[in-house]
Design a protein around this ligand. Structure first.
Ligand SMILES: Nc1ncnc2c1ncn2[C@@H]1O[C@H](COP(=O)(O)OP(=O)(O)OP(=O)(O)O)[C@@H](O)[C@H]1O
Length: 214
């Protein structure tokens, strides 16, 4: 496996992880490789098997879980998602010296910390400036049905709770202004971890109301 520490990007759905990663790949086409996750969810238009995800059946996914192939996996919205150790190793096969970038949820971060600490990634949390901004971005992106948006926002509460616990992440990037957030990510991938980075913003009214409604 490559000796470069993998970068784990975590953050609520809709916060802009894919946008930041895309920008990194555009600027440095040969330096990084995206670890391709497995999922049982249906392919969306424009997605390609083996590129966006490895699309597999639930039986196949569960067989791989039993075989111990996953670094982490989680069920979300009725579908299974996970990262295999192989997917991370495949990154160095995409080109010499490539560094793996993983997009993983908070549950996955906990699992990697508990069971695969030897992976030794840099854990980065991408936070929304406010909960209501996150809500707006998910609605504006228009890739998800209203119920799916609701589920993602409920999940976001857990991610934010975890991110606010001390030492959950090596650094936090608030994706308020995309250019500013991207410059912080650039520092991380250049191993400039000294900071200063951001702090996870405090609860706003939208987040408080959603927590109370649970
Ligand atoms: N700084 C920003 N300001 C305004 N809009 C943004 C910013 N960053 C991303 N967006 C927009 O927010 C939406 C969600 O971004 P994106 O799809 O990258 O999120 P994500 O975290 O990858 O979500 P998922 O985990 O569900 O794939 C997109 O429409 C994107 O264009």
């Amino acid at each position: 496996m490559s000796s470069l520490r993998p970068i784990v990007l975590c953050g609520p759905s809709g916060v802009g992880k894919s946008t930041l990663i895309r920008r990194l790949f555009d600027e440095f086409p040969n330096r990084f490789g995206f670890s391709v996750s497995h999922t049982t969810r249906a392919m969306r238009p424009g997605e390609k098997d083996g590129v966006s995800y490895h699309f597999v059946t639930r039986d196949e996914f569960e067989r791989r879980v039993r075989a111990g192939e996953f670094l982490e996996h989680a069920e979300f919205g009725g579908n299974l998602y996970g990262t295999t150790a192989q997917a991370v190793q495949d990154v160095s096969r995409q080109g010499e010296g490539r560094r793996a970038i993983l997009d993983i949820d908070a549950q996955g971060v906990r699992l990697i910390k508990a069971n695969h600490a030897s992976l030794n990634p840099v854990f980065v949390f991408v936070a929304p400036p406010t909960f209501s901004t996150l809500q707006e971005r998910l609605q504006r992106r228009a890739t998800d049905a209203p119920e799916a948006i609701e589920r993602r926002l409920t999940m976001a509460l857990q991610e934010l709770t975890f991110a606010r616990e001390p030492h959950s992440f090596d650094c936090v990037i608030v994706n308020d202004d995309l250019d500013r957030a991207y410059q912080l990510l650039r520092r991380v991938v250049n191993d400039d971890l000294a900071g200063p980075f951001d702090q996870v913003p405090a609860e706003d009214d939208a987040e408080r109301q959603r927590r109370q409604a649970m």
